[in-house]
Design a protein around this ligand. Structure first.
Ligand SMILES: [Zn+2]
Length: 334
């Protein structure tokens, strides 16, 4: 389901991007910003769409590059480079989640002034709040480098910062400050919008903590290594994930190791992502847990917000999805 940008393919795509006339400039291409009002802001993936939409309010039109395609699976296209052609501001996550395609698209956008107004939002998270990728080190320890199944560039730090509320708030503040710099005439509105949105996020944090407070066992097995900030924020515990890399089925040795830890520590909950519901590995683990006598094992769907249907991207998308995750997880943890 997932694939990573392989260097030769990326080279090909970049060559294709460079050699063609920008779609946004051709006579027949539809202007992707038609009808846009205010600042034209492009973001890389869904959580940033929520953050920017809430802070910008009526002063911007916000578009997202990725909707149904997961962020670990996306390949840059000339069509998407053309969407940046008339953009005023571009926000991406950074921390090596989306840097490769963001930089490639920016380079091919034929929009030189956008370079000064392109921001890796993850840079706002102080080093002491960033979590290291456990699986990243594991891969290197085992193979001493990038193996055949591992064609993407790893980051040292876990990039899934949007799933922790304190980190999300830092991202919102960073976005607010960039909007104020670029459009100082509406600075007071950006301040007020950010203040109101941050208050909602703080409430969501408090509500989530309350849901897990009385639980005796707060451990669960995630699909891929994506829920560490979420777990820190809501005081639950994400175990070793099923997948060593996003989309990679576990080896039988890995699966058995996870089964053993679950049995030893009484872990009953397996979190799957919505786009992976057909993935049978979680069901295999569920059956293994049943066979090993773990009482009442459960699969729960947790959306890590890496992809979303375009029509689901309403301003409340982020807090709505996160609240749904908190509800579902608290219903299955005991
Ligand atoms: Zn991820």
């Amino acid at each position: 389901m997932f694939s990573f940008i392989r260097p030769p393919l990326l080279g090909y795509l970049l060559a294709a991007l460079a050699s063609m006339t920008m779609l946004g400039c051709t006579e027949n291409a539809k202007d992707p910003w038609e009808g846009a009002t205010g600042q034209k802001i492009m973001v890389s993936f869904p959580p940033l769409h929520s953050f920017v939409t809430n802070v910008a309010g009526e002063h911007a039109t916000v578009k997202v590059l990725l909707d149904n395609t997961g962020v670990h699976d996306y390949q840059p296209s000339p069509r998407d480079a053309s969407k940046l052609h008339k953009a005023d501001i571009f926000f991406y996550n950074g921390l090596e989640l989306d840097d490769t395609f963001a930089v490639a698209l920016l380079k091919n956008s034929a929009n030189p002034r956008l370079k000064e107004r392109t921001y890796a939002v993850g840079k706002c998270i102080p080093a002491d709040r960033l979590l290291k990728m456990a699986e990243h080190e594991h891969v290197h320890d085992e193979k001493g480098g990038h193996g055949a199944g591992c064609n993407h560039k790893h980051g040292e730090f876990d990039p899934h910062i949007w799933l922790g509320i304190p980190e999300a708030i830092l991202m919102v503040e960073f976005i607010r400050d960039r909007l104020k710099e670029n459009d100082p005439s509406h600075a007071a509105d950006y301040d007020l919008n950010a203040k109101n949105y941050i208050a909602k996020l703080k409430q969501l944090h408090a509500d989530g903590l309350a849901k897990f407070k009385g639980k005796e066992n707060k451990k669960f097995v995630p699909s891929h290594e994506s829920l560490s900030y979420f777990a820190r924020c809501f005081e639950v515990e994400a175990m070793k994930p099923l997948q060593r890399l996003p989309g990679e089925d576990p080896s039988s040795a890995r699966l058995q190791e996870i089964v053993k830890r679950c049995k030893d520590e009484g872990v009953r909950v397996i979190a799957v992502e919505p786009n992976q519901m057909t993935n049978s590995t979680a069901k295999v683990l569920l059956n293994e847990l049943k066979n090993k006598g773990v009482a009442d094992p459960q699969i729960v769907e947790i959306d890590v917000l890496e992809n979303a249907a375009q029509d689901d991207l309403k301003p409340d998308y982020y807090e709505r999805k996160l609240a749904e995750n908190l509800d579902k997880l608290s219903q299955v943890l005991k």
